[in-house]
Design a protein around this ligand. Structure first.
Ligand code: IMP
Length: 437
């Protein structure tokens, strides 16, 4: 086997860490980019020159001609949304012929979205605050062994047969629980026909493609969606997404062995944001939070919802480093902190009478925790043109060092703006070898 270079990139907060920009930057040297979980709940914004791309299913590597993009078996895919995404990319001159879909990925169907919306409505104040894309119901059907897999798209009649088998049950559930009138089979089938016919030829054995890639010594990137704190097992349950978002899921979600992935890069914003419900210890509902939202344009890519904003939380970053086995950090949106008089970082939590460095297991305990802050001086300079750590004001450099010390993982990359060029590769970064191809 030739020496393959493989890396998994994951979010280390509550999603929206700027993974799209980091992946797009590193994908310039990738032969293959594979997504391994989630669906169109993800929203990656990638700025390329004057163009802004908002991607939901499609890996950010699609903007890189020649990079093969895979949608792995761990994903849930909405065929209608994926076709819209591909059409939009093609209209803007992006070649999408390099996309392949795992036959083992599951399809998000209209009834999944209806169930997601209806269940949120019924939960009222206890709602999760989902993206409404049908993610939870689609993964639930996968676990209940009544999902429709992407491989059924290869033959339209087979897809129809599968849908005919499952729709009566889905309609019954929708009607009995939520008073929904349900779907007519023939109408639904025709709604899906163009998408199924368009996507069928893209279905492939993506695990086999990856295996061949490893054997040929290719550079392979595994692209995570959402973030560690939204992980179904390790996140702030039940205010989480329905997939495993941590690095280990790159293996199960694409069909490769865990030993084949050597680098694990965690992406963190220089502050913290969260969308949807659930506890958020460093949330700032005052002026600082508003400033972060305004400066950082913190509105959801998928839903447009304003994001909740607050200070960098080293407790969650350390936790994310542990459960992912992070061996490098990418710190994004450092430029957003310019103009802040002081910058806070939570270094531990005070929970009743105890102080702890560790993230609690239960969100009821987390609700009792308040952040213990260390305060750093801010800076006024516009840092968006910095291309090396030396170009940064001393206070900004000090803050990056403080992140490194608090998380105990090396910062490999710092992003100071949305464009590819606004990226600093830190001295001694493990990414230098990757970028040299
Ligand atoms: P779902 O994934 O749509 O079921 O939503 C469950 C939770 O995950 C909600 O709090 C969502 O706001 C959050 N979530 C899902 N996808 C993303 C994402 O890409 N970024 C940030 N939050 C997300």
């Amino acid at each position: 086997m030739l020496n393959s270079n493989s890396m998994v990139i994951v979010g280390a907060q509550w999603g929206d860490e700027g993974k799209g920009k980091v992946i797009d930057y590193l994908a310039s040297e990738a032969d293959i980019v594979a997504r391994f979980q989630g669906g169109d709940n993800a929203g990656h914004t990638v700025v390329y020159g004057a163009n802004i791309f908002k991607l939901h299913h499609v890996p950010s590597g699609i903007l890189n001609p020649g990079t093969l993009c895979l949608l792995g078996n761990g994903m849930v895919i909405n065929p209608l949304v994926l076709v819209r995404e591909l059409t939009d990319l093609e209209k803007r001159g992006i070649d999408t012929s390099n996309l392949r879909i795992s036959g083992k990925a599951h399809l998000i169907m209209a009834y999944h979205q209806a169930l997601d919306e209806a269940s949120e409505k019924m939960l009222g104040v206890n709602k999760i605050g989902t993206t409404g894309r049908g993610i939870g119901p689609a993964y639930a059907d996968k676990a209940l062994r009544r999902g429709i897999r992407a491989v059924e798209m290869v033959d339209f009649d087979r897809f129809k047969e599968q849908l005919a088998g499952i729709l009566p049950l889905q309609n019954k559930i929708l009607h009995a629980l939520y008073g929904h009138e349900g779907y007519d089979l023939d109408e639904l089938v025709e709604t899906y026909r163009p998408a199924i016919e368009r996507l069928g030829p893209l279905v492939a054995d993506t695990a086999l493609i990856l295996d061949e890639g490893f054997k040929e010594g290719k550079n392979i990137l595994f692209e995570g969606a959402q973030g560690a704190l939204l992980d179904l097992d390790h996140g702030t349950y039940p205010f989480v997404t329905s997939s495993s978002t941590v690095a280990a899921a790159a293996a199960t979600g694409t069909g490769v062995g865990p030993g084949q992935i050597s680098k694990v890069l965690g992406v963190l914003k220089a502050y913290t944001t969260r969308v949807g419900s659930g506890p958020f210890p460093t949330e700032d509902s005052g002026e600082a939070g508003n400033q972060l939202r305004d400066h950082g344009h913190e509105y959801g890519t998928t839903t447009g919802r304003p994001r909740r904003c607050g200070w960098f939380d080293a407790v969650i970053a350390r936790y994310a480093a542990r459960i992912n086995g992070l061996n490098g950090l990418a710190v994004t949106k450092l430029d957003v902190l310019s103009g802040m008089e002081v910058i806070n970082m939570a270094v531990s939590y005070k929970c009743l009478d105890d102080e702890t460095d560790n993230f609690p297991v239960s969100i009821d305990d987390l609700k009792l925790c308040s952040p213990v802050y260390e305060t750093f001086p801010g800076w006024d300079e516009d840092i968006s043109r910095a291309r090396s750590l030396e170009d940064l004001p001393l206070a900004a450099r000090r803050f990056i060092e403080a992140i490194e010390e608090a998380v105990r993982v090396k910062v490999d990359l710092v992003s100071v703006g949305p464009d590819r060029s606004q990226t600093i590769i830190c001295p001694g970064s493990k990414l230098s070898a990757w970028l040299q191809g």
